[in-house]
Write a protein that binds this ligand. Structure first.
Ligand code: ADP
Ligand code: MG
Ligand code: MG
Length: 254
């Protein structure tokens, strides 16, 4: 079952073309990693998939579970099971983390034709999910991400993910700013949530996260394109040799 199919995707920001023809296919049960140097378009790609309004799609197509993703509103994408963990998670002052999670969860349930959970049942569910990320329940009564450390924000995103059980989870640099213990907790959460009927797309600048989350496929993005793909060995080779050799090999083929 193909979950995501991206063909020749091009996109602009402020009139500048950033994505220059991205091709990618992700099937159920797969974990993919996109690596690549800073500024290559990785975050742009994840924001385009989430439907961020600042990014203008100029060509190509994105099919998510048989539907044209590009025609869906950002909220529809989220309700439909696309989850994006941002490189820089948003703070929402004045909204408690618990309320935020409950609203997000119930709106996903409604879109699945299920009844909303009442506060009581939701509370029970969220306690169970807190275990996945080993998060202190005190974080539920605080405003969303406000004053959270970098590591706590990332953990909170994995909590959101554990609760929403997305079909496609996109994690943009979830490893940045994490110490090794937090990294292991986040990786463990992601590993627990990866199932045969969903898929994970990890975006990372460093190989380090891939010591804990083993991808089925590794892609290298450069100048707005995926220029090469391989298995986890490719990530190890990138770690050892940097990105230049991929560019050179690409230039020879082209
Ligand atoms: P990555 O995540 O791979 O580091 P990004 O997707 O964040 O790369 O950025 C890709 C390129 O797009 C960079 O050159 C960046 O400067 C440019 N870019 C991102 N946002 C904007 C913007 N709002 N206006 C102009 N250029 C942008
Ligand atoms: Mg970057
Ligand atoms: Mg980025």
């Amino acid at each position: 079952e193909v979950i995501l199919s991206v063909r020749n995707l091009t996109a602009n920001v402020d009139g500048n073309q950033i994505l220059k023809g991205v091709n990618l296919e992700i099937k159920a049960g797969e974990v993919h990693a996109i690596m690549g140097p800073n500024g290559s378009g990785k975050s742009t790609f994840s924001k385009v998939l989430a439907g961020h309004p600042a990014y203008e799609v100029t060509g190509g197509e994105v099919i998510f579970q048989g539907q044209n993703l590009l025609e869906m509103e950002p909220e529809e994408r989220a309700r439909g099971g696309v989850f994006l963990a941002f490189q820089y998670p948003l703070e929402i002052p004045g909204v408690s983390n618990l309320d935020f999670l409950r609203v997000a969860y119930n709106s996903r349930r409604k879109s699945q034709g299920l009844e909303e959970l009442d506060a009581f049942d939701f509370d029970e569910l969220i306690q169970e999910k807190l275990e996945v990320v080993k998060m202190n329940p005190a974080f539920l009564s605080r405003s969303v991400n406000e004053g959270f450390s970098g590591g706590e924000k990332k953990r909170n995103e994995i909590l959101q993910m554990a609760l929403l059980e997305p079909k496609l989870a996109i994690l943009d640099e979830t490893d940045s700013g994490l110490d090794i213990d937090a990294l292991k907790i986040v990786a463990n959460g992601v590993n627990q949530l990866a199932k045969p009927d969903n898929a994970t797309l990890m975006i990372t600048h460093y190989q380090r996260l891939l010591d804990y989350i083993v991808p089925d496929f590794v892609h290298v993005m450069e100048s707005g394109r995926i220029i090469t793909s391989g298995t986890k060995e490719l990530a190890l080779e990138l770690e050892a040799r940097g990105y230049d050799w991929v560019r050179e090999e690409e230039a020879e083929v082209a």
